[in-house]
Design a protein around this ligand. Structure first.
Ligand SMILES: Cc1ncc(COP(=O)(O)O)c(C=O)c1O
Length: 430
């Protein structure tokens, strides 16, 4: 049987869904290139034995709480509750690290934050007039999830690398006057992917006031929050008094991504057809039951063991890695400063932001940083990066680069920056 792809869902031909594959392919094609592309956690701290330890710790925890050996076995081997079996431990961890109380029944354990996005968008977006606001550039996973679900997105571009709340107000007003319904805003407040930027406290409070003013939800996704050594600002969810924040969580960057464990905290109330009140999380769990049934019990057990090992303080579990990311970021910035001192930077029209941790930084150039430029960079200079335009659903970032430093050693960073600077100089003076 042969299909025309135009008889399939239009997303299958959308180049946006191919972009991550393209990055993987180019990395395989040029194995000797230094890659500033992957958004992976550093895996030098991962140990197979940790997995065994986490599993044993969780089994002991269940037994201590009165589970029989058969119940413990089932907890590992069987299908589990759709909403997840480690919700109390996640709530405890949020209390320990973030200082707010989350109701365990408002949590749904998911297959990474990616599934959390999918469930949330599926539940919230009911009508073609409903719109998701994205501050761009933004994470490709939310663009892709919206695309698969036919959720219309509207981009509100950052200005000079900053989210401007007044621009969001303008976008909401003009959408409403065109008869559309902005329903939610997706935002990554800490060490964002792809920019590396972090929202300051006034912007956090202004965002919450914005959401309240317009009756909008905020989807807070912050996987990189614990990947920097500096003091953290409060999560939006910790500041949320009106209940407008749905928090998407993940253990991909802190425990390990292979476990594929995340969660969504949705404590908003929903009135059912008979007037009965339930939590939005219950609706998300219903949707999940038809997608992944439940998050792997084994993976949840691993995440639970990791949380138990530090009494919920993931920040403690991740402290060494966070130090490393901050050091790598500082090292990358120092290399850029060394090879492109102020005067040279001006000559070349190059500039970058200065995160103090996280995985990413933004490099702005004065030439076209598209796939063709990336191919040249990989082939002729042995350095790979991500075109920032990948992170704009409606165009933008055509001269910008996302650099990811999470995975590299300091020697690789030094070599990679040297190569990148030679590439930039050649492109600019060509
Ligand atoms: C901003 C952001 N959200 C979510 C994810 C996906 O997380 P998970 O692996 O939990 O699906 C990523 C991963 O790169 C990310 O950068």
């Amino acid at each position: 049987m042969l299909f025309d792809s135009n008889t399939l869902h239009s997303s299958v031909d959308d180049p946006a869904l191919d972009r991550m594959n393209f990055l993987n392919e180019i990395t395989f094609t040029y194995p000797d290139a230094v890659s500033f592309a992957p958004g992976r956690p550093y895996d030098g701290f991962f140990e197979i034995e940790d997995i065994h330890r986490h599993l044993r710790r969780y089994a002991a925890y269940l037994a201590d709480r009165g589970a029989s050996p058969a119940e413990v076995r089932r907890g590992f081997h069987q299908y589990g509750p759709t909403a997840g079996q480690i919700r109390e431990l996640i709530a405890h961890s949020l209390q320990q690290d973030e200082g707010f109380k989350a109701a365990p029944e408002a949590i749904v354990v998911t297959v990474g934050a990616q599934e959390a996005m999918f469930l949330t968008l599926r539940a919230l977006f009911a009508d073609p007039e409903d719109v998701l606001l994205l501050v761009t550039p933004c994470y490709v996973g939310i663009i892709g999830a919206a695309r698969l679900l036919d959720v219309p997105v509207v981009s509100v571009p950052e200005r000079d690398g900053r989210l401007v709340v007044a621009d969001l107000d303008d976008a909401v007003r003009s959408l409403r006057s065109a008869g559309r319904r902005p329903k939610a805003l997706y935002v990554v407040p800490d060490y964002a992917n792809p920019t590396g930027s972090t929202l300051d406290l006034p912007t956090r409070t202004a965002l919450l006031a914005f959401a309240e003013r317009h009756g909008l939800l905020i989807l807070e996704d912050s996987p990189y929050r614990l990947t920097g050594a500096a003091a953290r600002l409060p999560m939006l969810k910790a500041l949320d008094e009106s209940g407008c924040v749905i928090q998407l969580g993940t253990y991909s960057k802190t425990v390990f991504p292979g476990a594929r464990v995340g969660y969504v905290l949705a404590d908003q109330e929903v009135r059912g057809p008979g007037g009965e009140i339930r939590l939005l999380a219950e609706d998300l769990a219903k949707i999940k039951s038809m997608i992944t049934v439940n998050t792997s019990s084994l993976s949840q057990a691993i995440a639970a063991g990791a949380l138990l090992s530090v009494d919920g303080r993931l920040s403690e579990l991740n402290a060494e890695a966070a130090e490393r990311y901050s050091r790598s970021m500082a090292g990358t910035l120092a290399q850029l400063d060394r090879r492109l001192p102020e005067a040279r930077r001006h000559e070349l029209g190059v500039d970058w932001n200065r995160p103090n941790g996280g995985f990413f930084l933004t490099l702005r150039t004065s030439f076209r940083t598209d796939i063709a430029a990336l191919e040249r960079s990989a082939r002729e200079f042995g350095v790979i990066w991500t075109p920032m335009e990948f992170f704009y659903p409606h165009g933008g970032g055509e001269q910008d680069i996302r650099m990811s430093i999470s995975y590299l050693t300091s020697e690789e960073i030094e070599l990679g920056v040297e190569r990148l600077v030679r590439f930039i100089e050649t492109e600019t003076t060509a």
